[in-house]
Design a protein around this ligand. Sequence first.
Ligand code: NAD
Length: 458
Amino acid sequence: MSRAEPDLFEVVNPATEEVIATVPMTSLAETDAAIDRAAAAFDSWRRVAPADRARLLRAFAAAVDADREHLAQLEVANAGHTVGNARWEAGNARDVIEYYAAAPERLFGRQIPVAGGVDLTFQEPLGVVGIIVPWNFPMPIAAWGFAPALAAGNTVVLKPAELTPMTALRLAELARQAGLPEDVFQVLPGRGPVVGERFVTHPAVRKVVFTGSTAVGKAVAAGCAAQVKQVTLELGGKSANIVFADADLDKAAASAPGAVFDNAGQDCCARSRILVQASVLDEFMARFETAVRAVRVGDPTDEKTEMGPLISAAHRARVASYVNEPAFTGSCPDGPGFWYPPTVLTPGRTDDRAFTEEIFGPVVSVVPFRDEADALRIANATKYGLSGSIWTRDIGRALRVARGVEAGNLSVNSHSSVRYSTPFGGFKQSGLGRELGPDALNAFTETKNVFIATEEQS
Ligand code: NAD
């Protein structure tokens, strides 16, 4: 009997089109074996004293910290992220692990007063958690899943995206260096329909955390439903950046390009629809155009670069398919590399798919609105609901609009979406459940209730 050819994946630097590594894709049989090992390791990992689990996670965070520059450079080469962004991403992964390292000793249960005895609730780990990661922010998104899962006493199998396995593989090495048992945190580079789907169908995987497109997320949720398996979904977005006439227009216009073109627009929180109060549209557009034309697109290893390439040629073709007649574009290098310029669509067009679908590239729509009610109507006219920004000097309006937008993460006079200590996640088809912050821990536990009779039964 001949052995099957190994399934190898060539990892490409999107800024140079050079192959930087050849990574074997995990097979179905290897995935099953890894899940079995993770299930066996759960028995001992859940029993590790909370203080010791905390110490191991702190050591893991320290190992990531010591390796930050290396991790950042790996991401620059693998995903084409600007070096400034990649450093932030490595730092975010470190912060998230450190934050949840405090959790094992603080996973408090409750004692609820009842008649006839003592009633205790415990937060118990689930077992094996399967984490499926997209290619756009490989390091942070991996850490948002595995750090709370491990802290709560679960074991983890993690699948990075086919295109971007490098930093996840390095994180697994760092976990081992820090002393985490090998089978407690395993990284399985592989294909979605092989490894990812097996996380969904394998009965020993008790929870799936999926970050990626809404289309695949729906299939993952349906598969989990068949086994009543827990699932957290972090999916697509089409977020609004709402600029009122009373806003600081200089700041709003100067920051708007970064809010959508950061990571070349490959950001689930990208503010890809700019809603501007009609009375200041021309004023805003003049400032915005100057800012867009100034965005420095090019070599991601250069500290001054603000935007790198798209992830692949196929993705660039998909992005380009949304653009008919742009109002104006910034500039970008010719190639090699999967470059695409910052692109602003003709203001006012709300009738085409570029205004309703997630493009996941450096393309932005601009739409005027009349008043608050009109702004909310346009902002909410999407199946997505992940994030958004509101620019105004009126605090009452800021809060009214923030409460009115159907999205999980809003910011006022800022474009911030992610802080490791606060909840992150989407409304509507942007997702299910929340990551980060204190609440995410509960998403990796089951609540168990135990009653102990202390009175003679009558
Ligand atoms: P994708 O859905 O194509 O893939 C995501 C992951 O799922 C990859 O690891 C892929 O291999 C795997 N996968 C593919 N098919 C699968 C299957 N049948 N079963 C199980 N797993 C499968 O998404 P992508 O193109 O890698 O990422 C871009 C998308 O991710 C965008 O829509 C973006 O908005 C979304 N995203 C959301 C968030 C968030 O937090 N809400 C964050 C980042 C990215």
